[in-house]
Write a protein of this length. Structure first.
Length: 760
């Protein structure tokens, strides 16, 4: 089925449904509505045309620091325009309907040409009277009669050119001389600086008052008129008027700052970006915007400095040139923070700063270091070395006391053999049951190999006493490691043969067994009713949502969930912001719950100007948070693909730490856990990386808890006087209960508790 759409006389294209409210100027908008399975409603705002501006020039922000404010037009500035008519407050389209307010324009980088003489004229910037550059229009829009052009020339920002002036084009033409341009400007503009500034702001042009940079904002209407029959009437005034106003503000002689003099105050109208500044030795003013440029700078200018000593720091910077060949950056001061901090929150933050809550320790614990590098020698403090007794001396003293006493009772009765008693004790279960027979044989093999190693060590020792005669030394030990005498080595061999034969005849049990009706699954003898298990996941999710509502104590969090939902949709434009923390927009919500708990709940109170916590209520709040974390862990491991061992789940991090890198990422908008596991990782190294994604309903709650609740818990726990080690896990670990990260031994507890409640 094919649909043919023809543009009407008014320039709009009708929709296939023939509804007047669905007629659009833009073909793409109409096509997107037609291709939808469910046709949009008549008043659906998602497919509106871009509003057209007929007779007013683009309005840049009056305050470049705050782009949301619109330009203020003064009467003197309006006289500088070609028509002198003030811009209407509510411009209308050709059909007479009001147009929504124009969105704020985004500032571009400063326009500074390559290094040149300060006396060079402004014409080097090649600014010409070129109306077509402000908008992208079709060739049909240029077919305007001469009478229409003269009629439109009486309006603001029109294309009307006075007699005696010629406009340049892309094909060539001479640049406008600045001195002659000033003569063509009205006398009031050359005398009134404010009027010139307001006049230029009407057309998105601003001259920096300090460095005299000419900053030109990107035109909002660029490409908005493509594929339409709309007539474009927004035109810039003649070039002499604009150049003369720029000259009055000193824009023809810019004085760019020296990067060596940074940091400076931000240049008005120039975009502030993230940069990297070199901090090696006395290197100053070298700022780059990417790691490759910084690495090239350090290799070129600091070749003698070792790689591990090449340092840099992240700073805010601005570009001093738009030409890539001559582009350089200068460090700028960060904008001052004007955020109001309540008194209660200020006290909590001061206590966290006093104990260096967010500062990572320079020296990591000894256990991870010894685990990563077993051969590394660890040094202790002198006081520790003096108090620790040599282990070898203690062992020798104990051996001298007991090894001389020989016990021969085990030769008469096997029950008195210490190794037999060890085997019995080692194979008993906690509830008094005995392990399976196939587990006993490996234990006996361990003891036999230990006896062989002991005999080999003793053989080497005796051979040195006998002058290296190994045969004579072996005759001394023959009775203990060969058949012919009732010794432990031979007894273990006989027991191993007997128990192995029993183990091979023992019937094994299937680890996974389905019931005949396929509704009950037996896992190692433990039955699980699958329909009840699936219902319990839904019930646990609903219970967790209710607990989250109780945890927030009336604090608004639905808008946070909406923000998370919008960022986790892969088809949305906003999904790319998840890759960089500064652009995901979550930081604005992180302090909300902490401030609410301090100011608007009964967890805290004021006594003599001091913030006092109700410890019982705060403890109840932490208990609620712990229960939510347990339920979220249960939901995570039951909804992601495949199971995970305890060693994979313990110590998962959502932020980088000294002990390990983070395990939680946003991949194409989905919250993803990256784990690795290998049974022989102590020998072969790290295992294979596995990526798992839990259910969407679980992810949104987990992000909410980590973002808002964990931060509040970390600061409140620190304010309550807890140790730093009990507060920092809330800023790095995924699953935290009572200020401690989960170990592999603690992971099955939520499973057991929730499963028992499911069967109750």
């Amino acid at each position: 089925m094919s649909i043919v759409l023809q543009r009407r006389e008014d320039g709009k294209m009708p929709c296939a449904c023939s509804a007047e409210s669905h007629a659009r100027f833009n073909f793409v908008k109409v096509f997107n509505m037609i291709r939808k399975v469910i046709h949009p409603a008549p008043n659906d705002p998602g497919y509106d045309d871009i509003p057209f501006q007929q007779s007013t020039p683009p309005r840049p922000p009056s305050n470049p620091i705050d782009p949301t404010s619109m330009a203020v037009y003064t009467s003197a500035a309006l006289q500088l325009s070609s028509g002198g008519v003030p811009p209407p407050q509510a411009p209308t389209s050709i059909v007479g309907s009001p147009i929504p307010p124009i969105l704020p324009l985004q500032p571009s980088t400063a326009i500074v040409s390559p290094p040149r003489s300060p006396d060079s004229p402004m014409s080097d910037m090649n600014i010409r009277e070129e109306p077509e550059e402000s908008m992208d229009v079709d060739s049909e829009q240029e077919n305007v009669t001469e009478d229409e052009q003269q009629e439109d020339g009486q309006g603001i920002g029109s294309e009307y050119i006075p007699d005696g002036q010629e406009s340049d084009s892309d094909d060539g033409g001479e640049d406008v001389d600045m001195d002659s341009a000033v003569e063509n400007l009205p006398p009031s503009a050359s005398q009134n600086i404010d009027s010139c500034r307001s006049f230029l702001l009407q057309y998105g042009i601003q001259v920096d008052p300090i460095y005299r940079f000419v900053n030109i904002y990107h035109h909002k209407q660029r490409k908005h008129y493509q594929n339409t029959k709309q007539i474009l009437r927004t035109r810039l005034p003649p070039a002499p008027e604009i150049l003369a106003a720029i000259t009055s503000l000193g824009g023809h002689r810019p004085s760019p700052p020296d990067p060596l003099n940074g940091p400076i105050d931000p240049i008005v109208g120039v975009e502030v970006v993230n940069g990297i500044k070199c901090t090696i030795g006395d290197c100053h003013g070298h700022v780059h915007v990417n790691r490759e440029s910084m690495r090239e700078h350090q290799v070129t200018h600091h070749p003698m400095v070792p790689v591990r000593n090449r340092s840099s720091v992240n700073v805010k910077c601005q570009s001093l040139n738009t030409v890539k060949q001559y582009r350089s950056y200068i460090e700028v001061q960060p904008p001052p923070s004007t955020k109001f901090i309540p008194k209660g929150l200020e006290l909590v933050l001061e206590s966290a700063e006093a104990c260096n809550l967010l500062k990572q320790d320079d020296v990591s614990p000894l256990l991870p270091v010894s685990r990563k590098k077993p051969s590394e020698q660890l040094s202790c403090f002198p006081t520790s070395r003096r108090t620790i007794l040599p282990l070898a001396a203690v062992q020798q003293a104990r051996g001298a006391e007991r090894s001389s006493i020989r016990v021969t009772k085990f030769l008469e009765d096997d029950r008195f053999c210490p190794f037999t008693r060890f085997l019995v004790a080692a194979h008993l279960k906690p509830h008094g049951q005995f392990v399976r027979a196939n587990v006993i044989s490996p234990f006996i093999g361990y003891i036999q190999w230990s006896l062989r190693a002991t005999a080999a060590k003793k053989l080497i020792s005796i051979s040195h006493e006998l002058g290296g005669d190994y045969l004579a030394a072996f005759d001394t030990l023959r009775e203990f490691i060969s058949e012919g005498k009732q010794v432990l080595f031979n007894s273990l061999r006989q027991s191993m043969h007997l128990i192995s034969s029993i183990a091979y005849r023992q019937q094994g049990l299937a680890r996974f067994l389905w019931s005949p009706d396929r509704k009950t699954l037996s896992i190692d003898g433990f039955p699980v009713h699958i329909p009840t298990f699936l219902k319990n996941i839904q019930r646990t999710l609903l219970t967790t949502i209710e607990r989250v509502q109780t945890l927030f104590r009336g604090c608004e969090y639905l808008d946070i969930l909406d923000h998370i939902d919008q960022g986790m949709v892969p088809d949305e434009v906003g999904q790319t912001r998840w890759f960089r923390d500064q652009e995901n927009g979550l930081e604005q919500f992180s302090d909300r719950l902490l401030l609410h708990l301090i100011e608007k709940t009964n967890l805290f109170g004021w006594v003599d100007g001091k913030l006092v916590a109700n410890r019982r209520r705060v403890s109840d709040w932490f208990s609620e948070l712990d229960q939510i974390v347990r339920e979220l862990f249960y939901l995570v491991v039951t909804t992601w693909g495949g199971g995970a061992r305890g060693t994979e789940m313990e110590k998962l991090l959502f932020a980088n730490h000294l002990r390990n890198t983070r395990n939680v990422f946003f991949i194409n908008g989905f919250l993803t856990f990256i784990t690795e596991y290998s049974k022989t990782q102590s020998i072969t190294g790290a295992g294979r990386i596995i990526a798992r994604t839990p259910a969407f309903q679980v992810n949104r709650l987990l992000i909410l808890i980590i973002l808002v609740a964990y931060k509040a818990a970390g600061y409140l726990n620190c304010y309550m006087g807890a140790d730093k080690m009990a507060c920092t896990p809330y800023f790095y670990d995924v699953f935290v209960c009572r200020g401690s990260q989960w170990k592999a031994q603690s992971l099955p507890r939520p499973w057991v508790n929730i499963t028992e409640s499911m069967q109750a």
